[in-house]
Ligand binder design. Structure first.
Ligand code: CP
Ligand code: NVA
Length: 298
């Protein structure tokens, strides 16, 4: 059983399939349980969030536990006091920590030093909670994951990194379409046996799912103009969706920046599964809390 979820590679194939099966069960039964009874989870967020914060809080409550949201302006990680000291304090009071951080190193320090399970609620490098919801959504739409083809169009960012790691474990084939210089790390591509296809219209051919995320992630605001120029031509439009098979689904972790990586018509169109993905954030994070804080999966 893993102690932390900092990246998808902390999970084995069996952990992953167990998490997805548990999440599907939680969803189907509208599960409420007592796995976290008397337990507290710190939510330490250095960046904004709608989905991740809400689903962590609701998931903890549904399992009988309690989440404590810590305002990053008050905590001022590394400014008011070192991350190491924050980690050692939190570990004395809480049963787990979910952290959304600027630098991935911060979740590593929290995991090493706090003595309690740590969940990466998004870092500059990974977004494992999102990838779990993405796989559940794919599974719901296509019954099986192995052999599916997903075309990711856009920036080779944290969301893609976790998606590639998850796809590698689940046997999903990923085709990545990024402009030059915005590819994910070679090692991630290699592990997922993913290929890069520059032309998004070629990339979506034969894809079961077309996935995109923002071109300017949180913390990259200073590069916004340069990025908007670099990604021109990579917008997911109805024309691009028409180049994919008719039954292909559209996916996005949200929030969406309309007119940049996607147009509103696609997000709210008939092929879109983005709100199922958002719903599945709740069921999958509930499975993660049961696994890491609740003593294991049923
Ligand atoms: N997809 C996602 O993580 O959303 P939030 O940034 O709103 O948490
Ligand atoms: N890549 C985006 C994901 C937001 C959920 C970011 O890091 O801002």
């Amino acid at each position: 059983m893993p102690s932390h979820l900092l990246e998808i590679s902390n999970l084995s194939k069996d952990d992953l399939s167990g998490l997805l099966a548990t999440a599907a069960h939680f969803k189907k039964t509208r599960y409420r349980g007592a796995e976290l009874r008397g337990k507290t989870l710190a939510l330490l967020f250095e960046k904004a969030s709608l989905r991740t914060r809400t689903t962590l809080e609701v998931a903890a409550l549904h399992l009988g536990g309690h989440a404590v949201y810590l305002d990053s302006r008050q905590i001022a990680l590394g400014v008011r006091e070192p991350v190491l000291d924050v980690a050692k304090n939190l570990g004395r009071w809480l049963d787990g920590i979910a952290a959304r951080v600027n630098k991935h190193e911060t979740v590593s320090i929290l995991a090493r030093e706090s003595g309690v399970p740590v969940i990466n609620a998004l870092s500059d490098l990974h977004h494992p909670l999102q990838a779990l919801a993405d796989l559940l959504t794919l599974q719901e739409n296509f019954s099986t994951l192995r052999g599916l083809r997903l075309a990711y169009v856009g920036d080779g960012n944290n969301v893609l990194a976790s998606l590639l790691e998850a796809a590698a474990l689940a046997g999903v084939e990923v085709v990545v379409s990024t402009p030059e210089g915005y590819e994910p790390a070679k090692e991630l591509l290699r592990r997922a046996a993913a290929k890069v296809v520059r032309d998004p219209f070629a990339a979506v051919k034969g894809a079961n799912a077309v996935y995109t995320d923002v071109w300017v992630s949180m913390g990259q605001e200073e590069e916004a103009q340069k990025r908007l120029r670099a990604f021109r031509g990579y917008t997911v439009t109805p024309q691009l969706m028409a180049a994919a098979p008719k039954d292909a689904i559209f996916m996005h972790c949200l929030p969406a920046h309309y007119g940049e990586e996607v147009v509103e018509e696609v997000v709210h169109g008939p092929q879109s599964k983005v709100f199922d993905q958002a719903e599945n954030r709740l069921h999958t994070v509930k499975a993660v809390l049961a696994l890491l804080l609740g003593g294991g999966l049923a």
